[in-house]
Ligand binder design. Structure first.
Ligand code: ATP
Ligand code: SF4
Ligand code: MG
Length: 384
């Protein structure tokens, strides 16, 4: 069991922590008003993150992973409706003015985005951009000191010949090297928290592992807490202590990486695991994909949002959205009415290939819900 606290209903748990809680997120909700209605992008995200620990946030596209972190960083449009709390070392971040947030961004919390090309300015050398990141928060650092710090940072993220590379322009570096520069910028001011949003998605699979290693080393070096956001559960394995699985804007399972991989208690998590290729499976073993698509965040169906895709669904699932409930005494929590029935179950048991009728049923039901939502939007537009 790791040391990051996860909690249900906002009540933190203590798990023999290595460090203090640096980031405390409680019941975070984000909605966007649109012409078609309110998009409920994030619904009730709660977690505690301790210094030196790492949390993986995993979920399909549109599940609210990025919006959760952008809300914490104060990077959402002004129209976003945000409730709940996000405290960095006890200081409330939600509602801070831009000028106050810029004191924190890059110094206490830094963010690494998917595409290093959009994070780096093509007309400045990497050394200049690194120095700027340092000097904006520490104007007293002189140029020579900043340059030496840049070289040390490039060295620590595994860039060969940092004395020469410090004067290179981004286009002179490979994608993996550019992302290492972005990691170096993120660690430049010894932040308390590094948020990496799909940091390896834009990279070749061969360099993904190296960049993740560089990120882990960077985190260790500055003893920051890390939030690693990804749609790929495989990226989480071996790189985070805790995992938060998101579906349709809310956490549906939280626990240690071992609990999530070896004792999953939410059908969606089992589906994610079943979709991963594994070295320890027989050659002929087929993956078990989750059929269907996530619901629209605009007109959420009643009950469990995973129901149209869930082979285990029963009548109650259509009526009551399950809350996050403990599934063991350790803080492992899951949002499924039948979490208890999943003990010892494998992805094949739930999403077996011979359950193709269920797959078709899931596709049909998902299509019906989409059509009903579209009809509702259309009729509300007609009524305007
Ligand atoms: N400014 C906005 N206005 C309206 N809806 C938005 C806005 N930003 C995000 N959304 C919606 O919020 C939901 C969550 O988006 P988010 O970017 O957090 O997804 P994600 O899990 O990061 O997905 P991906 O893996 O594709 O990055 C999506 O339905 C998205 O369309
Ligand atoms: S609550 Fe019902 S529909 Fe939702 S995941 Fe559990 S069994 Fe499936
Ligand atoms: Mg995203």
């Amino acid at each position: 069991m790791s040391d990051i606290s996860v909690s249900t209903n906002g009540a933190p748990r203590s798990t023999g922590a290595k460090g203090d809680v640096v980031l405390e997120v409680k019941d975070l909700n984000v909605s966007f008003p649109t012409d078609d209605g309110l998009v409920h992008a994030v619904r009730g995200v709660t977690y505690d993150l301790r210094r030196g620990q790492s949390l993986g946030i995993v979920g399909e596209s549109g599940s609210g992973k990025s919006v959760t972190s952008m809300a914490i960083m104060g990077l959402l449009p002004k129209t976003a409706q945000i409730t709940g709390s996000a405290k960095l070392e006890g200081e409330e971040l939600l509602g801070l003015r831009d000028v106050e947030l810029s004191r924190i961004r890059g110094k206490k919390i830094s963010m690494i985005f998917q595409d290093p090309l959009t994070s780096l300015n093509p007309v400045y050398t990497v050394g200049f951009q690194l120095s700027e990141a340092i000097r904006v928060h520490y104007p007293d650092v002189n140029k020579a000191e900043a340059r030496q710090r840049c070289i040390d940072l490039l060295d620590s993220v595994g860039i060969p010949n940092p004395q020469q590379r410090v004067d290179a322009y981004p286009h002179e570096l490979s994608g993996g090297m550019r992302q290492r520069v972005v990691i170096a910028i993120a660690m430049a001011n010894n932040p308390d928290v590094i948020i990496a949003d799909e940091p390896t998605t834009a990279l070749d699979v061969t360099v993904q592992a190296q960049v993740l290693e560089a990120l882990e080393k960077a985190r260790e070096e500055v003893n920051a807490a890390l939030i690693l956001i990804t749609h790929d559960l495989g990226v989480i394995a071996g790189h985070t202590d805790e995992v938060l699985v998101m579906y349709a804007g809310r956490p549906v399972e939280q626990g240690s990486v071992d609990e999530i991989f070896y004792e999953p208690r939410m059908p969606y998590t089992l589906g994610l695991i079943g979709s991963l290729p594994r070295m320890d499976e027989d050659r002929g073993h087929r993956l078990t994909p989750v059929h269907g698509t996530p619901p629209s965040m605009l007109n959420m169906p009643s009950g469990c949002p995973f129901r149209p895709r869930c082979p285990m669904h029963q009548d109650i699932c259509a009526e009551v959205e399950p809350p996050l409930m403990p599934v063991s005494g350790t803080g492992h929590v899951s949002a499924c009415h039948f979490a208890g029935d999943l003990e010892g179950k494998s992805p094949d048991d739930v999403f077996a290939p011979d359950a193709s009728d269920l797959s078709v049923e899931a596709e049909v039901e998902a299509a019906e819900i989409e059509a009903a939502a579209a009809a509702e939007v259309e009729s509300s537009e007609e009524g305007k």
